[in-house]
Design a protein around this ligand. Structure first.
Ligand code: 5GP
Length: 132
């Protein structure tokens, strides 16, 4: 069965798109640690990040780097943190999280609650920063 992220890529499930190429997709995490928490995925479904072939892995990381630069421009933060868990969704993904402090990367803490309008606005502002 297709992963929930494949269904997002295929447009079956809506998402707040941040960036996209023919092979990669970046969108806002629906339960963000902080506003701007973004997920970067390969469109090709592979469960475990480190099972991805070397070329695709390198290209995914470069795509994540571009997205992280846009997050840094769009969301006030000290750093953009990077995490890989994969405890919930078996489709390789990289978490990019704008950080004010190390506590912002604590996945056990209560998630930020955002309205659809806030999600939309954040996604649009990150997407805009990618273009410039
Ligand atoms: P992990 O697999 O890395 O442990 O966690 C999966 C992440 O995907 C979680 O942060 C969760 O909030 C996010 N997530 C799960 N389902 C969806 C979804 O349908 N849409 C979006 N945008 N994020 C999701």
């Amino acid at each position: 069965m297709a992963s929930i992220f494949t269904r997002i890529v295929q447009g079956e499930i809506p998402s707040y798109r941040v960036a996209e190429t023919d092979r990669f997709y970046a969108f806002l995490d629906i339960n963000p640690l902080v506003p701007g928490h973004t997920l970067v995925i390969p469109k090709q479904e592979t469960d475990y990040l480190f099972d991805i072939n070397d070329q695709d892995y390198q290209d995914l990381m470069l795509f994540a780097k571009r997205v992280s630069e846009a997050i840094y421009k769009a969301i006030p933060c000290k750093r953009v943190g990077v995490a890989v868990l994969g405890m919930e969704v078996p489709h390789a993904h990289i978490h990019l999280v704008p950080l004010q402090s190390e506590g912002d990367l604590d996945f056990r803490k209560e998630k930020a609650k955002l309205t659809p309008e806030q999600f939309q606005e954040i996604a649009a502002s990150i997407a805009k920063s990618l273009e410039v």
